[in-house]
Design a protein around this ligand. Sequence first.
Ligand code: SF4
Ligand code: SF4
Length: 155
Amino acid sequence: MPKHIVSGLNYLAAINLRKEGYLQKEIAEALGMDRSTVSHYINGRNISWDSIEIAEVLSKLCPEDFLKITYTLTKDTTKTRIIIKTLKDFNFRPKVKDSCIGCGLCVDTCLMGAVELNNLKAQIDSNWCCGCRMCESRCPTNSIEILEVEETEGL
Ligand code: SF4
Ligand code: SF4
């Protein structure tokens, strides 16, 4: 069953990327799939509609649950990042305050790979932040704020 749910997530992500103008080849590379499967998905073939429904329900969960479940199912950070980024409904603007001590806990916590240390201060790439807030709750100095914003961005 988990494989079918991953297929549903791949399907939704592939369809969204296609709508955003990505080529089949680019979608296949981004999702780690072969081009013929992407072609089938785009044409609505070889996919279980139950799997799509389950994937749609997952994508409506809170960002933390959606991220953790997707990672548990795919066991693949790269695929998880693309699926979450493509299907998330909201955008977030992370802020790191001057109180950051550069401990790196947020870097280790972020499954989206959105955080890095620069001169011993955390830097968060809003393009990849999915708003799960796991970094916020892990930070020992309360230096992270995750704000929801309205605009959308591509891959
Ligand atoms: S967890 Fe907090 S203190 Fe540590 S690097 Fe990240 S923002 Fe800075
Ligand atoms: S909220 Fe924090 S942990 Fe979650 S994706 Fe954004 S930067 Fe990463």
